[in-house]
Design a protein around this ligand. Structure first.
Ligand code: GDP
Ligand code: IMO
Ligand code: MG
Length: 422
């Protein structure tokens, strides 16, 4: 498959980083198409752990080129820190990283407005990375783009205009001290010197590469239920992690996409606020969190944990067009007494026909569970499907049938070699 989209099928943190790292060995180019440094994609290689926030998870394969598309919102400080960390770990970035001139820049006031908004009554539980406020400016047509870094006078003028408006808001609405324009202008001119070399006409670069027969992997961040259009709004992020976002966020047309792979965690997690029908708020949830090391890769927050929700993943399959899935963290379910899988939602004893994304409905739903036996053995060293315990195979068959896709990969641990391909 030459152009493949990877999407998170639940509420993020499904293990996209690990799967993209594995698959990118077979691809020429890996592209991030939305989100920003709210993402935390973990890749483990031996005893080294890499947490990627903005740079695609293909960066650890030296023959792979990495692209940050127009749909991404870039915090230049976070980007330069990430480049620094990777270079110090011996990863070569120069000549391998390409950044769209049309990607929007996260400004210090975006992070400030994110934190002010989170301290009010309409809390979402954001990552505090300025994501929402940056996308607000993008859609209000006030945003500052990567291309603006190239012309100092344009950059200065845009920053001044934006800060004038933000200072008004800070002073009059939030009773907050004003932001210093000159410091920010100075800071962003410095960023330009470091970022210039990566700026590229990304749609042209990608479409030419596809014409030449190169293969492209598009790496979604977050997950389907965090999508601003298809997720559990307002408890979502401000972009489109779903497969449709891969086109708008990169400049690759839909006719060039060959396949969509869903990354599906063998249970469910969520960070931040919002409804979560299969959440376990008891000791079983704590056990999943501890065994699965479910703490945020970006913020360190404990992740909320719960049973696998096939009704939700089936919705995700429909929205994204997922045909094949990589099931991750199957090892975490070993040694449980029994495993539950949600197969439907009920309200007042009536089964719902379609997935309700409205929060008020989701708060009313009662998950309908089927119970499956667990396997009482360590599966983290198993390399072949046939060697899995029969209960694990039955679990996989059950969730794939209920969710409506085929399984093409099973991950049984965070390391590259802890992967079973089918
Ligand atoms: P992403 O945001 O989707 O890339 O996922 P994160 O990196 O935020 O969270 C996934 C976590 O699970 C990371 O700590 C991974 O190292 C880890 N992980 C990935 N696959 C597996 C697996 O199959 N088993 C276990 N135990 N851990 C895994
Ligand atoms: P990866 O790519 C899990 C969640 C936040 C919050 C909501 C809005 O690692 O899977 P934002 O900062 O985007 O405005 O926060 O979205 N969120 C994530 N949850 N994984 C992520 O990324 C997330 N990125 C944002 O916790 O609930
Ligand atoms: Mg993550």
């Amino acid at each position: 498959m030459s152009v493949t989209v990877i999407v998170g099928s639940q509420w993020g943190d499904e293990g996209k980083g690990k799967v993209v790292d594995i698959l990118s060995e077979r691809y020429d180019i890996v592209v991030r198409y939305q989100g920003g440094a709210n993402a935390g994609h973990t890749v483990l290689v031996g005893d080294k752990q890499y947490i990627l926030h903005l740079i695609p998870s293909g960066i650890l394969r030296e023959n792979v080129k990495c692209v940050i598309g127009n749909g991404v919102v870039i915090d230049p400080k976070a980007l330069l820190d990430e480049i620094n960390i990777l270079e110090n770990l011996g990863i070569n970035i120069k000549g391998r990283l390409f950044i769209s001139q049309n990607a929007h820049l996260i400004m210090p006031y975006h992070k400030l407005l994110d934190s002010i908004s989170e301290s009010g009554s309409s809390k979402i539980g954001t990552t505090g990375r300025g994501i929402g406020p940056c996308y607000i400016d993008k859609y209000a047509r006030k945003g500052i783009k990567i291309v603006d870094l190239l012309d100092k006078s344009v950059l200065e003028e845009k920053i001044k205009l934006n800060i004038e408006e933000k200072n008004n808001l800070l002073r009059k609405v939030y009773n907050h001290e004003e932001i210093n324009v000159n410091e920010i202008i100075k800071e962003y001119i410095e960023f330009d010197k470091a970022i210039d070399q990566y700026i590229t006409d990304v749609p042209l670069f990608l479409n030419n590469a596809i014409e030449e027969g190169k293969s492209v992997l598009l790496e979604g961040a977050q997950g389907t239920l965090l999508d601003v259009d298809h997720g559990t709004y307002p408890f979502v992020t401000s972009s489109n992690p779903t497969s449709g976002g891969a086109c708008t966020g990169s400049g690759i047309p839909p006719t060039k996409i060959d396949s969509v792979i869903g990354i599906v965690k063998a249970y469910t997690t969520r960070v931040g606020l919002g409804p979560f029908p299969t959440e376990l708020t008891d000791k079983e949830g704590d056990k999943l969190r501890e065994v699965g090391a479910e703490y945020g890769a970006t913020t360190g927050r404990p992740r909320r944990c719960g049973w696998f929700d096939a009704f939700l993943v089936n919705y995700s399959r429909m929205i994204n067009g997922i045909e094949r899935a990589a099931i991750t963290k199957l090892d975490v379910l070993s040694n449980l007494d029994e495993i539950k899988v949600c197969v439907a939602y009920e309200i007042n004893g009536k089964k719902l026909k379609s997935y309700p994304t409205e929060v008020n409905q989701l708060l009313l739903v009662k998950p309908v569970y089927e119970t499956l036996p667990s396997w009482k053995s360590d599966i983290s060293k198993i390399k072949y499907y046939d060697d899995l315990p029969s209960e694990a195979k039955d679990y996989l068959t059950f969730i794939s049938q209920q969710s409506g896709f085929e399984i093409s990969m099973i991950s049984v641990g965070p390391q590259r070699q802890q992967t079973i391909e089918l």
